[in-house]
Design a protein around this ligand. Structure first.
Ligand SMILES: [Zn+2]
Length: 90
């Protein structure tokens, strides 16, 4: 869920300066799994946003991807690539 208030400012990727990890607010897990993600527990003063708002920039700044929310899109992307590569489309 994108947060439009300060300090998130509608950014998709939210860094946690305390833990040096960043989260994808499009794909943050539901409450049952938030224990692993912690995006809801980043203190406002620890929030880091990126310009450009991209995973590449976050990694460049020394942040590691959160395994709970950032793997989801990567997994889907890989599945999509594999589906296309299998040549099932006629
Ligand atoms: Zn996360």
């Amino acid at each position: 869920m994108i947060r439009f208030h300060t300090p998130f400012d509608g950014k998709r990727f939210i860094g946690d300066k305390q833990k040096q990890v960043f989260h994808d607010s499009y794909y943050e897990p539901g409450p049952a799994r938030l224990g692993g993600c912690q995006i809801n527990h980043v203190a406002p003063e620890d929030v880091r946003i990126f310009d450009p708002d991209s995973p590449a920039e976050a990694i460049e700044q020394g942040f590691a991807p959160c395994p709970e929310c950032l793997w989801i899109e990567q997994g889907l992307h890989e599945l999509g690539v594999r589906a296309r590569a299998s040549g099932r489309a006629s």
